[in-house]
Design a binder for this molecule. Structure first.
Ligand SMILES: [Zn+2]
Length: 129
């Protein structure tokens, strides 16, 4: 596959998944995707891809909740079964993991969903009649 991006980069070499996880433009893989924590740039500053049509919505939060929830519940169950600690130990262990993990995972999950929108031609598609 020798698909070329608008910036002259090799789009096949730019994995949409790698670009999404790195929070980079899904077309060129170089331009930053976000302002600040989660605000998406209107366009890529490297290749000019219009990102204003992206609509990740609540998708990243849902996937973070499901993914992190599975991990935390599994770990909490293992700790409870093996050590049966008091409830404050669970609170001290899992509250920072949930809060920190949610903040850390939201950007890459949103980046991947935006990259999937690009991959399936939902970004920049002409309006439906
Ligand atoms: Zn770009």
């Amino acid at each position: 596959m020798t698909e070329r991006g608008a910036a002259g980069g090799n789009a096949a070499a730019t994995s949409w998944l790698r670009a999404g996880i790195a929070c980079r433009c899904p077309r060129c893989g170089r331009g930053p995707l976000f302002y600040g924590l989660l605000r998406v740039r209107p366009s890529c500053e490297v290749c000019g891809l219009d990102l204003s049509a992206q609509d990740a919505g609540d998708g990243p939060a849902v996937f973070v909740i499901l993914f992190l929830g599975l991990i935390v519940v599994a770990l909490a169950a293992i700790v409870e079964i093996e050590y049966s600690p008091p409830i404050w130990v669970h609170l001290m262990l899992w509250t920072p993991l949930i809060l920190g993990g949610s903040i850390l995972l939201l950007r890459p999950f949103k980046g991947v969903l935006i990259a999937l929108q690009y991959r399936h031609r939902l970004l920049g598609a002409p309006p439906r009649r």
